[in-house]
Ligand binder design. Sequence first.
Ligand SMILES: Cc1cc2nc3c(=O)[nH]c(=O)nc-3n(C[C@H](O)[C@H](O)[C@H](O)COP(=O)(O)OP(=O)(O)OC[C@H]3O[C@@H](n4cnc5c(N)ncnc54)[C@H](O)[C@@H]3O)c2cc1C
Length: 309
Amino acid sequence: MLRQILIALSHSGTMQRMTVDFPPARRVARRFVAGESREDALQVIQKMNDGGVLVTLDYLGEHVTDKGLARASVEEYKTVLETIGARGLKSGVSLKLSAMGVHIDETFCYDNVREIVAVAREKQRFVRIDMEESALVDTTLRIYRELRQEFDNVGTVLQAYLHRTRGDLQALIDEGIADIRLVKGAYDEPPEIAWQDRAKIQEEIIDLSKMMLTPEAREKGARLALGSHDDVVYNQVIAYAADQGVAPDSWEIQFLYGIRRDELRRLVAEGHRMRVYVPYGESWYPYFMRRLAERPANLLFFLRAAAGR
Ligand SMILES: Cc1cc2nc3c(=O)[nH]c(=O)nc-3n(C[C@H](O)[C@H](O)[C@H](O)COP(=O)(O)OP(=O)(O)OC[C@H]3O[C@@H](n4cnc5c(N)ncnc54)[C@H](O)[C@@H]3O)c2cc1C
């Protein structure tokens, strides 16, 4: 219930204005967001790389309805990719189609993403297309398939909570383009289309990960990035990968910035390929609200900070 309320509030313009101007909220958000400027983000990437961690950088913004804003986002991604390349940082980028103008026009959005993927290819960097609410899954997969005809430095995300995901994943494996980050799913989806039970979602994400690690899937080029901080999930997938003789550097585990830092260090020390998703930019409000929704303890932390304690 609390999760649903927080996700609903993530779309509220009034709450957004109140939150972003509220200093304690900005302080708590800094736990999950590298900062508002590009330089803040680049410094975090350097620090992560120094600790043996790879990065995927996200320039925050979503649900853009203005072409100018979408274009500004494209320019920011291109500039940051140039800088990442020039500084030799180990980082790709993640982006959201709703920031690229998918709600304005699909062709406009496709052209924007294509421009970023082309610059990333020049710089030998990878672009991951995040997955948003269920209404965007078909469009996201359509754009992803089209991009894969021309580029191989692009992947996308599938959400284990959706009933359809098993079929989507099998199709992408069969087509030889399953470069996928698997996650549980962060949006509020109805029971008709999404599992609601935590144990069931855990079971699904483990099973889907295994589907990507079978010798047949790997032969067809499947590459798994497991986006989860759930030790039940990643420990089972690590054990399965070892069992199947999967090379440790041929798949990876991804965490969000600011979450389970001790586990991140431990997994790096154990020799796992780890990547952190680092968001930056001024439009941090919806991202921040989803992080609160995932864990009620974050909300308490926020309320305590707001009360000045
Ligand atoms: C790299 C990455 C990229 C992602 N990309 C997408 C995407 O494109 N689309 C999408 O729908 N979802 C995305 N997600 C979010 C994902 O769907 C889940 O909502 C989120 O990862 C929480 O699920 P979990 O698997 O970590 O397990 P949980 O069971 O939620 O968490 C396991 C443990 O991790 C810690 N933890 C988890 N979340 C938090 C938090 N917010 N604050 C503090 N501690 C926490 C807690 O210790 C918790 O007990 C992404 C997640 C990651 C890690």
